[in-house]
Ligand binder design. Structure first.
Ligand code: FES
Length: 139
């Protein structure tokens, strides 16, 4: 079930002024529905295409979620396939290390972009991205 019975969610998208068609309108961020949290085993990550970007969502063993850009800035490695602990992801190609909360590299690489991510009461993962044309998103 993708709808919340309080009227805020219908068909997987928030409606009623805040969100329509999965996109937050009139704000800085758009929120996109990624899918059931069960698609991401604890301690692993999955990559999702979102508005032309690839976003890696990691589910920590605590259940907490983290979302970062899925493409390693070093040479394009698939970060969703990297090893994680509670703080970092290690790129599977050349083992550069990135903090999941901040995106900062601990091994001298450019930072990853980070994204707000949440799980709704139905177990659906949502990620927020800066709206197209919003240049305040940072690195
Ligand atoms: S591509 Fe990620 S460390 Fe080289």
């Amino acid at each position: 079930m993708t709808a919340v019975d309080d009227g805020r969610l219908a068909g997987g998208a928030l409606v009623g002024g805040a969100l329509a068609g999965g996109a937050l309108v009139g704000g800085r961020l758009v929120e996109r529905r990624l899918g059931p949290v069960g698609e991401i085993p604890p301690g692993e990550g999955r990559a999702y295409p979102v508005d032309g970007l690839m976003v890696a969502v990691f589910r920590l063993t605590t259940g907490a979620l983290r979302a970062v850009s899925a493409v390693c800035p070093h040479a394009g490695g698939p970060l969703a396939d990297g090893l994680i602990d509670a703080e970092v992801v290690i790129c599977p190609l050349h083992q550069h290390v990135f903090e999941l909360a901040t995106g900062c590299s601990r091994s001298g690489q450019p930072p990853l972009r980070t994204y707000p991510v949440r799980q709704d009461p139905d177990g659906i993962v949502w990620v927020s991205l800066a709206q197209a044309g919003d240049d305040a998103g940072g690195p």
